[in-house]
Design a protein around this ligand. Structure first.
Ligand code: PRP
Ligand code: URA
Length: 211
């Protein structure tokens, strides 16, 4: 059974872009463009629970009542490499967000995440809301490690935003971090014997960066 903190978005435009993303004949410029589009949709949806505070606004006609997002600090945290392609989509939703890069790769044999670049201050502002970005949630190892990294910095709220998720990874992430929200545009069939998502899209980083 899928956990309560999982949110799956399947708007027709999302399904259309996801199909192009999966297609093995899609060239990398279009692949990156689809990741950007989907990132914008998913971060927009993931932010629907943000709290608002009242704020007065002066229109050309006089004073009116408006709102502002209550939380002062929005962090976008892409997991390298493929998460980099999601930054610009997220910036379209939060143009003034801070970007905190998280460098992780999966050891191809053990499938365990290896940390190689994290330059984030030991503590972030207490009211920080973080959106972790990675197109793929496979075994869940990288996602769990990224959440651990941000939790050590004491952020207030964490949203993990991915595009394609395997049920195995969702279960592991939800078990390790039941207090975060997991957002995806697809829950696929599962993992193959070497930890790739089926049907998935292949290797996201390689397809995005032509390697
Ligand atoms: C991919 C993907 C995730 C990770 C998911 O990155 O972008 O970060 O695998 O797998 P997991 O859920 O089993 O941890 P990869 O490790 O291939 O690094 P790369 O983007 O640099 O190629
Ligand atoms: N990482 C990828 O890029 N693709 C998968 O299917 C699994 C992990």
């Amino acid at each position: 059974m899928l956990p309560e903190n999982l949110h799956v978005y399947n708007h027709p435009l999302i399904q259309r872009d996801l199909t192009l993303l999966r297609d093995k004949t899609t060239p990398s410029p279009i692949f990156r463009a689809m990741i950007k589009n989907l990132a914008r949709y998913i971060v927009y949806e993931a932010s629907s629970s943000l709290e608002l505070a009242p704020q007065e606004v002066q229109t050309p006609m006089g004073a009116g009542q408006g709102v502002r997002i209550k939380c002062g600090h929005i962090v976008i945290a892409p997991i390298l490499r493929a998460g980099l392609c999601m930054i610009d989509g997220a910036f379209e939703v939060f143009p003034f967000a801070q970007v905190r890069h998280i460098g992780l790769y999966r050891n191809e044999e053990t499938l365990m995440p290896v940390e190689y670049y994290v330059k984030i201050p030991e503590e972030l502002a207490a009211d920080t809301i973080a959106f972790i970005l990675d197109p793929m949630l496979a075994t869940g190892g990288s996602a769990i490690a990224a959440v651990d990294i941000l939790k050590r910095r004491k952020v207030a709220q964490i949203h993990f935003c991915c595009l394609i998720a395997a049920p195995e990874g969702i279960e592991r992430l939800a078990e390790a971090h039941p207090d975060i929200q997991i957002h995806t545009t697809s829950v696929d069939q599962g993992l193959n014997e070497i930890g790739y998502i089926l049907p998935g899209l292949g290797d996201a980083g390689d397809r995005a960066f032509n390697t």
